[in-house]
Design a protein around this ligand. Structure first.
Ligand code: ATP
Length: 492
């Protein structure tokens, strides 16, 4: 993860937001290459989910919506995480991300340890247990630790659990609900009546526009509405870089189906379709997984939920959620707004509120998965290189054009001409400085799939050298074939 962070900063993918002021936890800025990569991910999703299907249309809703939307959707009352404070350090934690264990020596509890959830928490807990034992006058074998979630600790035990920040037992407050929505005010008057929220998800914008869209496109069920946009959550503990931030982007899709449709089969199809999409943009299949939510842990209105997970350097975590949500959302908005959100089914000659399958994924989490999947180091001709093996479809720069020398005007002119041609279609780079090997390395590190070199032979027969990033193989190709070659790789 550290290597990826350093690459992101060095080569202008991602910076901490407002860095010259010390940054702001949970917010990030995308630099020149990061914003290209992000745009390519968004475009790939939009092309595959909207343009290349005739049963899905798009929309782009406002970030601030009528506050009634969030009341009806249940976000005002229930969109919260359990929070605990450390009274000493003033640090805040998500109670469901804190894990504790009793430390036992010869079946006697000598105290407790508490760690933050991550892939190395067992090691951290054991270390803390050994330290605790060394400070006390006890002898004997340390029993194996059994980590449990802080949320499951009885109140009497919670009082004895140490703060992970200071190690002081009893410094943590009992868990309490913390609403994750950012509140603001609309208009000049700042009172309860003007209170509004930055949207914590894009999905509700689709539900409240269901009727508008249906009436304007006249689709038959099943049909879907897709939206890409910013979402805001005041996460208690933003962490793991852009994986959990407070401002992020979502790509959400509501696929409306009839109440009698085989929702289990449709849900299964969507899980497969979305898994396939992640493969298609270059995420390595062996790093992806599925996690089916247990029925008893689902929200009351939810029928099924499967997460597509990715093996990030900090553990296997949710990348995308695919939920079968019944007709909860539309029903709630119909009740709260008093406006009918029913669909008239001409074949069945009856009205009903459609049900929905919802694939929902964060752009930033996809981007991080793409980077982690593509990052590698290898040796070329005895020299170590860092390489991003990005799929050409998402690569920020599709090709780099190099004149072999910069003091031969004909070579430079031909290289500039190829650059101008390719620029009309894609983001491409022109680099005339330094040894050719150095120029290759610079492009490998940012994932540019092709390097095109114009040399003396090019002037004679119109061919150039095309070098492929992954294999580093070079071959001569007619300059007129380059455009098709890159297009084929992007569409593969
Ligand atoms: P988590 O359990 O990780 O908090 P969630 O189940 O609350 O996620 P959803 O509400 O289902 O997430 O949101 C859909 C998608 O939006 C997630 O799968 C994820 O890709 C993305 N997402 C959610 N919260 C964040 C965040 N704080 N930062 C970045 N992406 C996020």
């Amino acid at each position: 993860m550290d290597e990826i962070l350093s690459l992101c900063r060095r080569r202008g993918f991602i910076f901490p937001s407002s860095e010259i002021y010390g940054g702001l936890a949970g917010f990030y800025d995308y630099g020149p290459l990061g914003c290209e990569l992000k745009k390519n991910i968004r475009d790939a999703w939009w092309q595959d989910m909207v343009h290349r299907r005739d049963d899905i249309v798009g929309m782009d809703g406002s970030i601030i919506m009528h506050p009634g939307v969030w009341k009806a959707s249940g976000h005002v009352d229930g969109f919260s995480d359990p929070m605990v404070d450390c009274r000493e350090s003033k640090m805040r934690y998500r109670a469901d991300q804190l894990f504790y264990a009793s430390v036992e020596v010869d079946r006697q509890i000598i105290g407790y340890v508490c760690v933050l959830e991550d892939s190395s928490m067992e090691v951290a807990a054991l270390e803390a247990a050994k330290q605790l034992k060394s400070k006390l006058p006890v002898r004997g074998e340390l029993q194996p630790l059994q980590l449990k979630c802080y949320m499951d600790a009885p109140e009497t035990v919670q009082k004895l659990i140490p703060s992970p920040a200071t190690g002081t037992p009893g410094a943590l407050t009992p868990p309490r609900a913390f609403n994750l929505m950012f509140a603001t005010h609309v208009g000049a008057v700042c009172d309860d009546a003007s209170a509004a929220y930055l949207r914590p998800e894009t999905a509700q914008g689709i539900f409240v526009n269901f009727k508008n869209i249906l009436d304007s496109v006249h689709r038959k069920l099943p049909f879907g509405v897709a939206q890409i946009g910013r979402a805001f959550r005041n996460e208690i503990t933003p962490r793991n870089f852009i994986f959990r931030s407070r401002e992020f982007e979502q790509m959400e899709l509501e696929y409306f189906i009839g109440p009698d449709a085989d929702w289990e089969d449709l849900h299964r199809q969507w899980v497969e379709e979305r898994l396939h999409w992640h493969h298609s943009i270059g995420i390595r299949p062996e790093l992806l997984g599925l996690q089916v939510h247990a029925k008893e842990k689902l929200a009351h209105y939810s029928r099924a939920c499967t997460d597509i997970t990715f093996r990030y350097p900090f553990g296997q975590q949710e990348l995308e959620g695919i939920a079968a949500r019944g007709n909860f959302d539309l029903t709630r908005h119909q009740e709260a707004s008093g406006k009918s959100l029913e669909y008239f089914d001409e074949e069945m000659r009856k009205k009903y509120i459609p049900h929905v399958i919802e694939p929902s994924v964060g752009v930033d989490r996809v981007l991080l998965a793409v980077l982690c999947s593509a990052y590698g180091r290898d040796k070329i001709d005895g020299e170590e290189r860092t390489v991003l093996r990005l799929h050409p479809r998402v690569a920020p720069i599709k090709a780099a054009i190099f004149p072999l020398v910069k003091n031969k005007p004909e070579v430079v002119l031909m290289a500039q001409d190829i650059h101008r041609q390719l620029m009309k279609r894609w983001n491409v780079a022109y680099d005339a400085s330094g040894a050719i090997g150095r120029r290759y390395r610079r492009m490998d590190e940012v994932g540019t799939p092709f390097a095109i070199t114009v040399d003396f032979e090019s002037l004679e027969n119109g061919t150039v050298t095309l070098r492929e990033r992954d294999s580093t193989k070079q071959r001569r190709m007619d300059a007129r074939e380059i455009m098709d070659h890159i297009a084929d790789a992007i569409n593969s």
